[in-house]
Design a protein around this ligand. Structure first.
Ligand code: BGC
Length: 445
């Protein structure tokens, strides 16, 4: 059985969360409306009509929740700052109550000996900015920079670890192309506009943090999935390559100064993404101290001529008779290893941290206990794969599990449970799951 010490004494173990998924207090203490507050009001967008209010009521319970992080043995607490809590209109007037909340949160982490890792943008854009086009509008870059500067000036003297953006591909594709996440926009024009502005924001954010904060450790995160062709035929192999460009390469390569991967996927040219941004190539790149990788599943793809532009189709785990989680995501630790290796092969990534990994299962509270053996088995497999990758590429410096407690899982509402701690959303009572105790034993062995 592997032990935490197998990863070396300097390896950093953490737990990751995000503001809109846990805080609650969505309409109080001066917070402005975010796109998720608005999106939740649209019928049929979020399962069972759920809403990011009250989520886990973390705004009021942060002290006892951080105490749990400490008890479970993690060293890092990753959280995000809600943009509309500190800048209710996205720009201009500052909500001092919001600024104060994150001061208290950081102070409590430090008092407990936890390292705060602060994500600047984890998907909850202020609604006021969305009305003007949100991430599709070039004006977003100036507003984002204003937000980053405010955060850096407010917290930079005591918080040194920063993550600029959570999964740029995640929110630009789900929110601006497919319309299944906030703000519910669709179409390739919206998507590619959002991609360009996000790629710029990510690097601009890194530069602002660097110039404002002494000794900052600055990263950003990317969702990633090994892309596996369904068969050995050439059409499937090419389909897999296109999906790889889109899902794995679209954001990391401009960040690394390589520009968009348009040589391999000419559609990027067609949508003017390379022409309109070649002049931004410099601006989209920043020398991050670490790159965060977030992995949940591999994607198996097959050529499909009926799908416009990408001409590829996912073959789901269930139809391939592979094990999968409550989200329908394939459990495949080899693919975790493979995608880490794919990113580790970029020569100019300094350090890699796994900034999210975890699984949802249909947990049941029985006699005050949750015996989530499936989740324990999942972590055992994935950590073994991580150790193998770490032993081969020495620049993997940490791992953060997703997530502390069951929370507001975006379009899935409160139905998908990813936590190591069970949340009773009626009473806000927390119950540590068997997997939480497993982590506690793992980290303390
Ligand atoms: C996101 C989290 C989300 C998790 C599970 C990641 O893509 O960053 O906010 O809860 O996946 O779906």
């Amino acid at each position: 059985m592997i032990k935490a010490t197998d990863f070396g004494n300097d390896f950093l173990w953490g737990i990751a969360t995000a503001a809109a998924q846990i805080e609650g207090a969505a309409n109080t203490y001066g917070k402005g409306v975010s796109i998720w507050d608005t999106f939740a009001k649209r019928t049929g967008k979020i399962k069972n009509g759920h809403h990011p209010e009250p989520a886990c009521d973390f705004y009021h319970q942060y002290k006892s929740d951080l105490a749990l992080v400490k008890i479970l043995g993690f060293k890092i607490f990753r959280f995000s700052i809600s943009w509309s809590r500190i800048l209710p209109n996205g720009t201009g007037t500052v909500n001092q109550e919001g600024i104060f909340f994150y001061h208290q949160l950081i102070d409590e982490c430090l008092a407990l000996g936890l390292m705060p890792y602060i994500t600047l943008y984890h998907w909850d854009l202020p609604e006021a900015l969305s009305k003007n086009g949100g991430w599709t509008s070039f004006s977003i870059n100036a507003h984002f920079n204003e937000f980053v500067l405010l955060c850096a000036k407010s917290y930079g003297d005591k918080a040194k670890n920063w993550i600029v953006i959570n999964e740029p591909f995640g929110f630009t594709s789900l929110g601006y192309m497919l319309g299944i996440h906030a703000p519910g926009e669709t179409g390739l024009q919206n998507f590619f506009a959002a991609v360009q502005h996000t790629a710029i924001a990510q690097a601009d954010g890194g530069r602002i943090l660097r110039s404002e904060i002494a000794n900052a450790n600055i990263g950003t995160t990317f969702s990633c999935s090994e892309i596996i062709p369904y068969t050995g035929n050439q059409a499937d192999a090419l389909a897999a390559k296109r999906i790889d460009c889109l899902i794995n390469r679209l954001f990391v390569e401009p960040t690394l100064g390589m520009g968009f991967p348009d040589a391999e996927w000419e559609v990027l040219e067609k949508f003017n993404i390379s022409h309109s941004t070649w002049r931004h190539k410099e601006r989209m790149s920043f020398d991050f101290d670490f790159i965060g990788l977030q992995n949940y599943f591999p994607i198996v793809v097959k050529f499909n001529a009926f799908v416009p532009v990408i001409q590829a189709w996912e073959v789901k785990a269930k139809s391939r008779k592979k094990p999968y989680t409550a989200m329908g995501w394939e459990i495949n630790a080899d693919s975790f290893y493979n995608i880490i290796k794919q990113f580790a092969a970029y020569p100019n990534i300094k350090n890699i941290m796994i900034t999210e990994n975890g699984a949802a299962f249909p947990d049941h509270l029985i006699n005050g206990k949750i015996d989530d053996d499936e989740r324990i088995a999942y972590f055992e497999l994935y950590l073994a794969a991580l150790l193998k990758a770490k032993n081969e590429s020495t620049n993997i410096t940490g791992y953060m599990a997703w997530t502390l407690m069951d929370n507001f899982e975006w379009a899935e509402g409160y139905g998908a449970r990813f936590g190591l701690v069970y949340t009773d959303f009626k009473t806000q009572q927390r119950t540590v799951k068997k997997s939480g105790y497993w982590w506690q034993a793992f980290l303390n062995r």
